[in-house]
Design a protein around this ligand. Sequence first.
Ligand SMILES: [Cu+2]
Length: 459
Amino acid sequence: MKMTRRLFCAGLASAPFARPAFAQDMPLLTAMDATVQLAPVSYPATPVWSYDGTIPGPVIRAAQGSRLERRLLNALKVPTSVHWHGIRIDNAMDGVAGLTQDAVPPGKSFDYALDLPDAGTYWYHAHTNSMEQVARGLSGALIIEEATPPDVDRDEVLMIDDWLLDPDTGLFVDDFAAPMTRSHGGQIGNLVGVNGRYDYRLPARQNERLRLRLINSANAQIFGLKLEGLTGWTVALDGMPLAAPEPVTDTLVLAPAQRMDLIVDVTAEEGETAGLLFAAADDTWRVLAEVSVEGRAASVPRGAPQPLPRNPRMEVVGVDAAPVLDMPLQGGAMRGMEGATFDGQKMGWQELVQNGQFWALAGQVGMGKTPFATLSRGETARIRMTNDTIFPHAMHLHGMHFRARKEDGALGPMRDTVLVMPNETTEIAFVADNPGKWLLHCHMLGHAASGMTNWIMVT
Ligand SMILES: [Cu+2]
């Protein structure tokens, strides 16, 4: 509480407005300016937008089945709101400015209170002008703990991000809205890091067992990852437990907003290189998080782990009989589209470009007045997303998790964000069991801001 109050005051000191009134007992989450050393120390520090003064924001841990309360206090000079990504949440708490709430003006607050039905790895981030606000640092991990956690020695959160910094000034390169990046793959940083550090290091002992909770909080970068000196199993995707742990044998792909829980045994000898590597743009593998091995925890590794306990409501039933709704993903550089509806008007490609819009979902650019689909509560629905663009898109559904349905009818793991590759079709199936207005959008945030955002209604 003392810490929270101190940060609260620090936030106010830098903000040009009067002290807002706030009631006592709800813990604060303060969106505030801060300065953080993201680049190596020989470079200048970076002014950021943060939660509670740190990049990433504080790790919020809560028990499955509990209720989480945070009072967002906006000490920034811009309006903001918080989205609790992947939580099957009460619609009013979803944090989407312009759909589920008004953005919180500077100096004002908003009380978030959410039930936490599912255990797993989630995250929270700004959902007002998120293309800029998330890039400037407004995100943090949200960890919902199982009543009976898996048998591991340590539980570590690795929030993977990239930052586009001017090396001379340390400032973020301020072209979040640049048409060039928004119409292409989105904004990719020139510095990659974990938990706010480009040189993240995790000390460990040989044969120690770690749970690694990977979160991709980057604006647009798809990370190809591999383990070195570690033997691992994937045990959950986007918070949701897999039916059986899957041995990590190949490159892991983590698209923006996706999460992946790994259980790893440290198999490297003391002094050997170990850690999480990522595929850099020049096709070399680079260390993302170094695991430095000192000493030994056990004489042998433990062998395959047990699956995590299931979450409730993980079945998607009645899929084969469910109607299929077509949602082509359209637009972007090099391919474009003939035209689409923006702001209630039919526009051709050139006119859309002049309006700073490059993408559409099923012929609709951005949120229209009417939803893409209206579903009855409890209904099973299928949405077939055909990627007619030459870029990958990480499609995220709010409020509910889905399973990808393969052509033979088999259902994939339950998750909330799926990567749809160019010229591919991904069909998602879900039970519309959560009433409200829910976004379905690309999590390449520049794409979302220039057309790739739609919504569905569950009544
Ligand atoms: Cu996209």
